[in-house]
Design a binder for this molecule. Structure first.
Ligand code: COA
Length: 415
């Protein structure tokens, strides 16, 4: 079966997490991704957070599946020559260097266009044009500057960073969409273009609902779905809402049986308007269905804390899985808080290829997250990440380099 991006060649100058997430997705969709790394050094993540001495870390292996690796010093003249050949042959150059690094290497947009006007240049940067455009950025900085940290956390606690890597992997996803869109436009125009996904912008895009709430707060002075309502104080900015959904359907995390000893014995429970009668029935409060204080969604907003306290009295009598099973019978939206250990053991995630076991020559078997996006005509097969420079000779030979020339590049320390 052919793959969706078969025939697309990606020159992958990415490192750490944001860029590699993007190119891994493109590789999973069938693109030929050539990862360029410095000889003997490689992507810094190969050596970070290692669990086995001398072996590529899980950090690296889990972000670089289905790619080929070539070592190349692009600051040396003969390295630049190889790079220009690659630019000529490839469709997309993806990079997430610090601002200005690509220009310092001599790979300007003008240079790329002069060699290959069809090439798409795709970049992740911390910020878009503006006062911070020259700054280096990592995940948590993006969560802070994109509005996620100020709106996440306990009502009266510090700004909070999420475990979900919305700054890095989130931006990588945005960039991947930009790339395939530019590839599509190229089929009409014949021209390449620049694609930029700033991390601040990507995080803000994912925090869109909080910008919505900022404007609602400015108009009305309160946010009725937030835990500060009706008894607490609002300032002039969107507050942190703990685990409240803060959206159109109120929700909260509630204790389940065993919470005293199991830190994940909780369930997320949503009081969806459509199933309010069912909720009253399940928790044994049928009178609430006709009680003016609880019968309508606007009335309930004044009593969310006692409502959730009463529902929690019920969830505490069930394990999170028992509660889920009962609530699903009534179409009440809910979800158990799953630990990583529980997710790893989930057979259905294995069957869909969302969790995969991969064999690596140096580390043996390891688990990874496979492609979360399923295309019926382009199934993903996860292939282990490349060793540093594993495909250098293969790629140079494909570019037309002779064995002698490859040896001299090696002797020069270019590859
Ligand atoms: N040959 C020769 N030199 C190479 C090379 C190669 N194959 N690959 C990289 N380099 C050089 C770069 O040209 C750069 O040199 P310069 O500083 O002289 O210009 C140098 O290696 C380091 O690159 P840099 O991107 O500055 O790495 P860093 O480790 O100092 O910074 C980040 C890391 C992530 C902070 C930075 O790259 C960044 O801000 N990126 C954009 C935002 C981003 O993606 N952040 C999320 C990362 S998950």
């Amino acid at each position: 079966m052919t793959k969706a991006l078969q025939g697309v060649r990606i020159l992958d100058f990415t490192h750490v997490q944001s860029g590699p997430t993007c190119t891994q997705l493109l590789a999973w969709f069938g693109a030929d991704v050539i990862k360029v790394e410095r000889a003997k050094v490689g992507d810094a993540t190969r050596g970070q957070l290692r669990d086995i001495p001398g072996v590529d870390s899980l950090y690296f292996t889990m972000l670089n599946h289905n790619k080929r690796s070539i070592t190349l010093d692009t600051k040396k003249a003969s390295g630049r020559e190889v790079l220009d050949r690659l630019i000529k042959e490839c469709d997309v150059l993806v990079e997430n260097f610090a601002p200005g690094a690509l220009d310092r290497m001599g790979i300007t947009w003008e240079h790329i266009q002069s060699i290959n006007p069809r090439m798409i240049l795709a970049s992740v940067k911390g910020f878009g044009p503006g006062p911070y455009e020259d700054c280096k950025v990592y995940e948590n900085v993006a969560q802070c500057t994109g509005g996620a940290a100020s709106t996440t956390g306990d009502e009266d606690g510090l700004p909070m960073i999420s475990g979900a890597q919305i700054g890095d992997s989130g931006t990588g996803l945005h960039l991947a969409l930009g790339i395939v869109t530019a590839l599509y436009q190229r089929t009409l125009t014949g021209r390449g273009q620049k694609v930029l996904a700033p991390m601040q912008d990507a995080v803000l895009n994912l925090c869109r609902v909080k910008l919505r709430d900022q404007q609602r707060l400015e108009r009305n002075g309160v946010l009725q779905e937030y835990p500060q309502y009706p008894d607490g104080q609002f300032s002039d900015t969107v507050p942190r809402a703990g685990n409240a959904s803060g959206g159109g359907q109120p929700g909260s995390i509630l204790k389940c049986k065993g919470w005293e000893s199991d830190s994940n014995a909780y369930i997320y429970f949503i009081v969806q308007e459509a199933v309010w009668p069912a909720i009253c029935k399940v928790i044994g409060e049928e009178s609430w269905f006709t009680d003016d204080a609880f019968a309508t969604a606007p009335a309930r907003l004044l009593h969310l804390k006692p409502i959730f306290a009463r529902i929690e009295k019920w969830t505490m009598t069930k394990s999170k899985y028992e509660a889920m099973e009962i609530l699903n019978q009534y179409d009440i939206p809910c979800g158990p808080i799953l630990s990583m250990k529980e997710i790893v053991a989930d057979e259905s995630l294995r069957q869909t290829g969302t969790i995969v076991e991969v064999e690596h020559p140096a580390r043996g078997k390891y688990l990874s997250v496979g492609n979360p996006i399923k295309l019926s005509d382009s199934p993903t097969e996860v292939v282990r990440s490349p060793l540093l420079g594993e495909h250098t000779e293969e790629i140079l030979t494909q570019l037309g380099y002779t064995t002698d020339r490859i040896e001299s590049l090696r002797a020069e320390g270019v590859i």
